[in-house]
Ligand binder design. Structure first.
Ligand code: IPM
Ligand code: MG
Length: 388
């Protein structure tokens, strides 16, 4: 028998449970969302990441600095550039996020983040955890909010993906019990479910949405998804004006391609892994994951990012100045509205529509046959100027 191996596995499982129970205590002690209006100064971190990241986030920063120029001048808003979240440095320090970088991130209120490289098997890098996933956990960014809008098809979805639990919580801490048996763990907590589900309902209420849909596989994954669904049903009772329904993830992926039914979904709330998968499918209808912005919201910190890769080849070939900054600029617009600059955010969304859909005076090709990212940022700012 494999008694020793089983004992070792149990011990690792025990440690894991202790860590997660500590997290529960931390969540219980948590206060309310930060109120940006009450701050004397809002610090916006700009964290470039890898590959084309620094080039495109730099351009997004120019646009945000332009929109917020008065408050930057008066000292109400400060930008803080954070270097060092690169795969080279992470490999060197063998850390998902180097501790010094994490300290800098924690000095900010909100962060605009470029893409970061996640090592895969066969890469020259050590197998450090995804910087993305680590940041969500370290800064407790529990709500991953991903809007998908295609007005001409009547699609207006807002996904509330749980961002700190589920299969991601201890995704790199599974156990190879023996050579033949591997076990991973999925985590659910009452506090974790409650805060994401409540956030989805509160968003619906504040934005005149009439339906919130939970997506699980509670018929099979009975404990963790079952708890998510039970809590969803409980919280739904507090929002009598909002229709609450629930679907299983398999049929939901099918319904998103059903042109007659998909228009009816409004706000969707779902555990981490289902949210990861379903939001890629949804973004594809809108033009691909590169067109989608993503907000990672916590009570103290929030982070806004583009969901595309770091395109290291563009940098190797000296083409990073031609990288398309559009989706990180869109993430910047989400950041603005999150911290209360709604007018500026609306102007930026309008300018993005004009510059990428209706007027489209510049074409980005990713090489010297098209515009540079700096020229595109200039175009955005000129367009905003004309809106005024
Ligand atoms: C996303 C991405 C990440 C995730 C990766 C890059 C770790 O796919 O933001 O959806 O799996 O969450
Ligand atoms: Mg994903």
């Amino acid at each position: 028998m494999n008694t020793t191996q089983i004992e070792e596995a149990k011990q690792r499982f025990g440690i894991l449970l202790e860590e997660q129970l500590k997290r529960v205590e931390m969540m219980k002690a948590q206060g309310d969302f930060i109120d940006y209006k009450s701050l004397e100064k809002i610090i916006i971190g700009v964290c470039g990441g890898d590959g084309i990241g620094p080039a495109i986030t730099g351009q997004a920063q120019r646009v945000l600095e332009y929109l917020l120029r008065e408050d930057v001048q008066s000292g109400k808003v400060e930008f803080k550039v954070i270097d060092g979240l690169t795969i080279e440095r992470r490999a060197e320090e063998n850390a998902a996020i180097p501790p010094a970088v994490l300290d800098e991130l924690k000095e900010c209120h909100v962060i605009l983040k470029g893409p970061t490289t996640t090592p895969r098997k066969g890469d020259p890098w050590p197998n450090v955890e995804s910087a993305n996933v680590a940041m969500r956990k370290e800064l407790d960014l529990f709500a991953n909010v991903r809007p998908v809008r295609i007005p001409e098809q009547g699609i207006d979805w807002t996904f509330y993906r749980e961002n700190t639990e589920g299969s991601y919580a201890v995704g790199s801490k599974g156990v190879h019990v023996t050579e033949d048996l591997g076990v991973d763990f999925t985590i659910v907590t009452s506090q974790g479910c409650e805060r994401i589900i409540r956030a989805a309902f509160e968003y619906a209420k504040a934005n005149g949405k009439t339906r919130v849909t939970a997506v699980t596989k509670a018929n099979i994954i009975k404990t963790t998804d079952g708890k998510f669904l039970d809590i969803f049903k409980e919280i739904a009772k507090e929002y009598p004006g909002i229709t609450a329904d629930d679907w299983y993830i398999d049929i939901m992926t099918a319904k998103l391609v059903d042109e007659k039914r998909r228009k009816d979904f409004q706000v969707l709330v779902l555990p981490n892994l289902y949210g990861d998968i379903l939001t890629d499918e949804a973004a594809e209808f809108q033009g691909g994951v590169g067109t989608a912005g993503s907000a990672n919201i916590g009570k103290r910190y929030s982070m806004f990012e583009a969901i595309h890769g770091s395109a290291p080849r563009m940098v190797e070939e000296g083409r990073d100045i031609y990288a398309d900054p559009c989706s990180v600029i869109r993430a910047g617009a989400m950041l603005l509205s999150h911290i209360g600059y709604n007018k500026e955010a609306d102007q930026l969304y309008k300018a993005l529509d004009i510059c990428t859909i209706t007027e489209k005076k510049l074409v980005m090709t990713g090489r010297d046959t098209g515009a540079t990212s700096a020229e595109f940022a200039d175009y955005i700012m000129e367009t905003i100027e004309k809106l005024n």
